[in-house]
Design a protein around this ligand. Structure first.
Ligand code: 13P
Length: 251
């Protein structure tokens, strides 16, 4: 049985003061919650503050990006070891906003995934098609290419330590959620792709989150689908009550 995992991607939101208030709100309900794995991914500037606040709770910490090199002349970048030092256990990699606005390719994402795993961070690896790709009937090609490329060369243990997030680009921040059937279809495709890269048992052990306009009102139905193992939440993760309600829908 795969344990569900719900992660909040705060994107470029939350000063440390705002983050403190949000996390205190989450702690009131989720500090000892065990029904699903719960992760918050603040911007880099709030990670240290949030790390101290979630210490000793069941709320886990993640980052939204990192560089693949260990250290060096990479102005503006952050390494896996820097994140581990602040007790991050997860890192979102290859988010569509990184792919679109910062030119991240599957090859770059793959380098980051390997660097994260080498530093004992769990990567949350994002894949997803655009609306144009969906309308052109390219979902299967796009998703299998992203999965194979972003996860190339991972050992069995490494793939099991990873989380995949299916985020259709057309559903992110648009209020247009994929229907639970549309999402399930792609999640099953991702699992089938993993089975062809490894085997059915390994594929069965990998957690695949859905992301894209998940709200308290649609979370339960999405999370009840057989291959949907939780969610990667953007806008609704910025409000304590909404995020708590979504986490509770995963049980
Ligand atoms: P929204 O939940 O705001 O659509 O964002 C989804 C997302 O991109 C999470 O990574």
């Amino acid at each position: 049985m795969r344990k569900k995992i719900v992660a909040g991607n705060w994107k470029m939101n939350m000063t440390t003061e705002e983050a403190t208030s949000l996390v205190n709100g989450l702690k009131a309900e989720l500090a000892i919650f065990r029904g699903a794995d719960v992760v918050v991914c603040p911007p880099f500037t709030a990670i240290s503050t949030v790390s101290a606040l979630v210490q000793g709770t069941h709320i886990d910490l993640g980052a939204q990006n990192m560089h693949w090199e260990k250290s060096g002349a990479y102005t503006g970048e952050i390494s896996a070891a820097m994140l581990r030092e602040l007790y991050c256990h997860y890192v979102i990699l290859g988010h569509s906003e990184r792919r679109t606005y910062f030119g991240e390719t599957d090859e770059i994402v793959n380098r980051k995934v390997k660097a994260a795993l080498a530093a004992t961070l769990h990567p949350i690896v994002c894949v997803g098609e655009t609306l144009a790709q969906r309308e052109a009937g390219e979902v299967e090609t796009v998703i299998t290419t992203q999965v194979r490329g972003s996860l190339a060369g991972l050992s069995q243990k490494e793939i099991l330590d990873s989380v995949i997030a299916y985020e259709p680009v057309w559903a992110i921040g648009t209020g247009k959620t994929a229907t639970s059937a549309q999402a399930q279809e792609v999640h099953a495709l991702i699992r089938k792709t993993l089975a062809s890269m490894y085997d059915a048992a390994i594929a069965d052990g990998v957690r695949i989150q859905y992301g894209g306009s998940v709200k308290p009102g649609n979370a339960k139905e999405l999370f009840s689908m057989p291959d949907i193992d939780g969610g990667l939440i953007g806008g609704a993760a910025l409000d304590a009550k909404s995020f708590i309600d979504i986490v509770r829908a995963a049980v």
